[in-house]
Design a protein around this ligand. Structure first.
Ligand code: CP
Ligand code: NVA
Length: 312
């Protein structure tokens, strides 16, 4: 496996390796401090980022490499140079590329034309690196035995919902996406793919529009912003109305299992998709989850640049 273009690229064995290495990097960030010595990693983003950018830059630094951050408007790509040509040029200077942008097809094209690893740092369709941090955090709270546990995402059927269902399928988990029907439901193709993966791993994939039923006895309630980067502002009022039953209220949190946790990829909008009492309450693990963005990107860079991931 050369690239991580989408969550579904990962095998269960790859995820296990990455989670273990991330735990090692959490304990000792500098344990492989020369792995990328004399190497550079380009980080190219056409959308804003706090966590993914800083986690990526610090991960490269901890591996002894040089991160090169490039804003979307800084490359000739924005002036008509092709993605394929850009991929070849970056491959000549850098040892990996982390990209955040809109179209998944652009990331796929970069991967196909770059000779170095390309990592998806979020597209409109997927957010694979986030899910690695989420699953390290899930492991820290519940251990590896997740039989009988239910992992619930509530909100927009967006990139996060897709990644949640897909990674849950890979991990053999009972995962739920509780979303509105219609325009803000998860992509049917992604759900079908998650079900196909689930058939090989013993996972259960559930898509529902009943937030109370989803929350009942859940081990995790997870949510994301209602307006994602690039979503048309003209949809805000209608979308907010459709999503409001899926807000993680204190009442919804009270329906969950005794040892449940609250998760959020961040950035968050308090009193919109989540109640302040929940996100800042005792069940919230958001800061540890955000911390693991670095440990997991560090693990991913480490293993991908060494050619140690097999893919699914
Ligand atoms: N969760 C996440 O990807 O955050 P940023 O948009 O700040 O990178
Ligand atoms: N769904 C959000 C996730 C942000 C990390 C977005 O794409 O903006």
């Amino acid at each position: 496996m050369k690239d991580l273009l989408r969550t579904a690229d990962l095998s269960r064995a790859d995820v296990e390796l990455l989670l273990n290495t991330a735990a090692d990097f959490a304990a000792n960030p500098l344990r492989s401090s020369t792995a990328l010595a004399n190497k550079s990693v380009a980080i190219y983003m056409t959308k804003p980022s706090t966590r993914t950018r800083l986690a990526s830059e610090t991960a490269v630094a901890h591996l002894g490499g040089t991160p090169i951050f490039i804003r979307g408007d800084e490359l000739q790509l924005g002036r008509g140079e092709t993605i394929a040509d850009t991929a070849r040029i970056i491959s000549g200077y850098c040892d990996a590329l982390i990209i955040r942008t809109f179209a998944q097809s652009d990331v796929d094209e970069l991967g196909a034309n770059a000779s170095v690893p390309v990592i998806n740092g979020l597209t409109d369709d997927d957010h694979p690196t986030q899910l690695l941090a989420d699953w390290v955090t899930i492991r820290e709270n519940f251990g590896a035995d997740i039989a009988g546990r239910k992992f619930v995402y509530l909100g927009d059927g967006n990139n996060m919902a897709h990644a949640w269902l897909t990674m849950g399928a890979i991990m053999g988990a009972h995962v739920v996406a509780a979303t509105p029907t219609g325009a803000w439901a998860p992509d049917a193709k992604v759900v079908a793919q998650a079900n196909a993966i689930a058939a090989t791993t013993g996972a259960t994939i559930e898509v529902t529009n009943d937030p109370e039923a989803a929350a009942k006895d859940a081990s995790v309630l997870y949510t994301d912003v209602w307006m994602s980067m690039g979503d048309p502002e003209s949809e805000r009022i209608e979308k907010t109305k459709a999503l409001s039953p899926f807000a993680v209220s204190q009442q919804l949190m009270d329906l969950t299992a005794k040892d449940s946790i609250f998760m959020h990829c961040l950035p968050a909008h308090r009193e919109e998709e989540v109640a302040t009492s929940v996100i800042d309450g005792p069940k919230s693990v958001i800061w540890r989850e955000a911390f693991h963005r670095r440990t997991t990107i560090q693990a991913l860079l480490y293993h991908l640049t060494r050619g140690e991931l097999q893919g699914r």
